[in-house]
Design a protein around this ligand. Structure first.
Ligand code: FES
Length: 301
């Protein structure tokens, strides 16, 4: 087959797959609409059936991925497959892959939008430049506001770094649409993050930076929650002291090379990322950490 015929055939195949998926999605929506109209007993039965199928699919995907991950060549193929939006959406639905960087940046922006909107402003994601740069744009009253750099550094930047610790640089793009506030009384040149006493009240001082051991754990309690702190250079991580397997405490576990081994059934966790190395589909419960003037503060999540 010639190269152009091959390209055409592959395009036709792609169009057919897309059309099949569109039909499938419409069918699912239609069926969901029908089930919605049924009585509680019927609806609950269908939900239980769906749940059982989901659990079965999840178990199969998890096993399959574990096997593929063990083979370096298959791992590359797996990563390529996950870049397909349908594969990604299904694995995300089952909680098997973690939220993408794009999703985490969007949820960081979502978390600060209420503050910005109170000031007739907003923010949008312009671009992510891997591996560590995000470009955002301040919109509405925030764009061109004398306090915009404070808004960027104290609000948007902090939120992005909390949700995406791997992001080191956040830049502001120019050219937002300046929305004139409807009511001049609302014009406010104070950054919504300038007076963040309310937000500050959620951060609890836990210890000095020097008290957190490098690549090891320090156990402490924050508002009744037992947490594990760990340090990697300037970066401090904080996890709930609860194994992702059966939620049992892990502070008595052995630590080697920045990896914590649960003393109960041996699950291993990277203290730097919270990732479970034994069962990659689970992760430790993470709390946000900030270090200000050598003071380590934790915000429970
Ligand atoms: S409770 Fe940690 S491995 Fe089972």
């Amino acid at each position: 087959m010639s190269a152009s015929a091959e390209a055409m055939s592959s395009q036709t195949q792609h169009d057919k797959e897309q059309s099949d998926l569109d039909t499938l999605l419409k069918d699912i929506q239609l069926l969901e609409g029908l089930v919605e109209a049924w009585d509680d007993h019927q609806r609950n039965t269908v939900q239980a059936l769906i749940q059982a199928h989901n659990e079965l699919n999840k178990a199969a995907f998890t096993k399959l991925i574990r096997v593929l991950k063990a083979d370096p060549a298959a791992l590359i193929a797996l990563k390529n497959a996950v870049s397909d939006e349908v594969v990604y959406a299904v694995l995300r639905y089952h909680g098997i892959v973690k939220p993408s960087l794009h999703e985490r940046v969007e949820s960081a922006l979502e978390s600060v939008r209420p503050y910005l909107q109170n000031h007739n402003g907003n923010v949008e994601l312009v671009e992510i430049i891997p591996p560590e740069t995000v470009i955002i744009r301040l919109l509405g009253a925030c764009d061109g506001c004398p306090a915009s750099s404070l808004t960027l550094s104290e609000g948007v930047e902090k939120a992005i770094k909390e949700h995406c610790p791997e992001i080191a640089t956040i830049k502001k793009a120019k050219g937002g649409i300046t929305v004139k506030p409807v009511d001049d009384v609302n014009v406010n040149f104070i950054s919504p993050f300038a007076q963040n006493e309310d937000e500050d009240k959620d951060w609890f001082f836990v210890c000095k930076l020097d008290d957190v051991p490098e690549a090891d754990i320090k156990v402490t309690t924050v508002r009744g929650n037992e947490v594990l702190l760990s340090r990697f250079g300037e970066k401090v991580t904080c996890y709930q002291n609860a194994c992702a397997h059966l939620a049992m405490p892990m502070d008595m576990g052995a630590v080697y090379n920045g990896i914590l081994v649960c003393p109960h059934h041996g699950f291993e966790y990277s203290l730097e990322s919270g990732e479970c190395l034994t069962a990659p589909e689970v992760q430790l419960h993470t709390h946000a950490v900030r270090v200000i003037n050598e003071r380590v503060e934790v915000k429970l999540s």
